[in-house]
Design a protein around this ligand. Structure first.
Ligand SMILES: CC(C)(COP(=O)(O)OP(=O)(O)OC[C@H]1O[C@@H](n2cnc3c(N)ncnc32)[C@H](O)[C@@H]1OP(=O)(O)O)[C@@H](O)C(=O)NCCC(=O)NCCS
Length: 153
């Protein structure tokens, strides 16, 4: 993907910077408690991406939360720090994380995305996801619909 990056499992220690990115990224962000609860679920898989900065410290710049349901992987959250967007980070990070699940184990990857979120829709289409359905009035805040997107291995 790029020099000086590391993918690690999200832990309790990484949640504060994750919540900061979350708050800058979503209209109704998950709280710290939501992330802590997510970490406790057996089928939940949560990753962070760290990038080395100019003073050689590693900074969390992206995260991904997903759950495995039988042979489906459900993506619940993905965000990149606003200052690091449009540099291919989500493409590299998501591809890397998806590759950590064997295609024997995972046959499909599923997610919901706001129909107005053209950045995310473009990202997923680039990674071979297709829109397979629409859920009208899915988001209580704006009343907008969700696209259901799926990638099949
Ligand atoms: C969606 C998001 C994760 C993309 O992260 P990113 O690291 O900037 O994405 P990449 O640089 O890997 O871009 C991959 C592709 O996505 C699309 N894309 C990304 N940002 C875009 C934008 N602002 N406008 C249009 N298309 C965009 C493009 O197709 C891009 O490919 P290209 O650069 O070759 O044109 C990031 O914008 C984000 O964190 N948004 C807020 C949180 C969010 O909406 N998460 C998804 C919820 S389902």
């Amino acid at each position: 993907m790029m020099d000086g990056w590391r993918v690690e499992a999200m832990t309790e220690e990484s949640i504060d910077p994750v919540v900061a990115i979350e708050t800058a990224s979503f209209l109704n962000p998950w709280s710290k408690l939501c992330f802590l609860e997510e970490l406790s679920f057996k089928d939940s898989h949560n990753f962070i991406l760290k990038l080395e900065n100019s003073i050689q410290a590693y900074q969390i710049v992206a995260y991904l939360c997903c759950r495995v349901l039988v042979d489906e992987l459900h993506i619940l959250k993905l965000a990149v720090h606003p200052e690091h967007r449009r540099k291919g980070i989500a493409t590299g990070f998501l591809s890397h994380c998806l590759n950590t699940f064997g295609t024997q184990q995972i046959k499909t990857v599923i997610l919901d995305v706001r129909s107005s979120n053209s950045a995310a829709i473009g990202l997923y289409q680039k990674l071979d996801f297709q829109i397979i359905g629409q859920r009208p009035n899915y988001y209580f805040d704006t009343g907008e619909s969700a696209f259901l997107m799926r990638k099949i291995y």
